[in-house]
Design a protein around this ligand. Structure first.
Ligand code: SAH
Length: 254
């Protein structure tokens, strides 16, 4: 028996952002375990598979992690091809590393398939280049949400000179603002908050560090959303305008 589990990233939502490898894994699946944030449109690639929803959204009733892991193990030990589909990339705030290790310890082969993580997609889809020569030499992906008491080194983040991309931060905008202001980041630092990145109902709220919580409240920003904090967020509208202009003047299929 060749038990195997694929941990597959489905990308941020747009089903066309799936990788070819993800499509192949889905095509081979007997059982698909699918997270809440994954667009159900991708199931067209696995019409024969048994699909089990294992949502784990913060704050909602969710399938316990241990139960999901046992499900994967049970089906894999039955010789089934198991595909666990997660939003974005499995190893960016997706527990992919933990699950792979646990399955490995139980003798199961695991293959991880990268997906496009929401922070990268959200920035690009709203016209932001996360690195930009002369403006940002790097990107830092962080989450404001922790299950333990660990805290981020906000001072190091504020001084890093990299663009910050914050995941799972909608309910923590006030904390994030206070921590970054206290760490010396200027209140006028541009911020873009992108909800439902890459989906037809994507929305973007533009603000700055000191106003981001009140602007998000007025905008009724909802999860899932990512926050892009840094000078690159100022470029957003210009870049979008330039891209649209380029599309108008240089049709790809001319
Ligand atoms: N593994 C995922 C992240 C899971 S954590 C990835 O790589 O993208 C869940 C968080 O991801 C959400 O709280 C939100 O911050 C972000 N997220 C996921 N999908 C999103 C989307 N379509 N638009 C904006 N943010 C999204």
């Amino acid at each position: 028996m060749n038990a195997k589990v694929w941990l597959v990233g489905a990308g941020p939502g747009d089903p066309e952002l799936l990788t070819l490898k993800a499509v192949r894994a889905l095509g081979e699946a007997d059982v698909v375990l699918i997270d809440d944030l994954v667009n159900r449109a991708i199931l067209e690639h696995c019409p024969e598979a048994r699909v089990i929803a294992v949502g784990k959204r913060g704050g909602c009733r969710s399938t316990p992690q241990a139960f999901i892991q046992r499900l994967m193990l049970r089906y894999a030990r039955q010789g089934k091809c198991v595909v666990r589909v997660k939003g974005g990339d499995p190893c960016i705030f997706g527990r992919g590393g933990e699950e792979a290790q646990w399955l490995g310890e139980h003798g199961i082969n695991v293959e991880i398939v990268n997906g496009i993580t929401a922070g990268l997609a959200g920035a690009t889809q709203s016209g932001i280049s996360l690195t930009l020569r002369g403006i940002a030499r790097g990107v830092t992906l962080v989450t404001a949400h922790t299950e333990d008491d660990s805290s981020l080194n906000w001072r190091a983040l504020a001084q890093s000179g990299t663009t910050l991309v914050v995941y799972m931060g909608v309910a923590k905008l006030g904390d994030i603002r206070d921590q970054l202001l206290a760490a010396g980041m200027p209140g006028q630092t541009p911020v873009a908050m992108i909800e439902n990145a890459s989906l037809p109902h994507q929305r973007e709220c533009r603000s700055c560090l000191q106003d981001m919580q009140s602007d998000a409240a007025d905008f009724v920003l909802k999860s899932p959303a990512v926050m892009v904090i840094g000078e690159v967020a100022r470029q957003a509208q210009t870049l979008t305008a330039m891209c649209n202009e380029a599309v108008r003047t240089q049709p790809i299929h001319a």
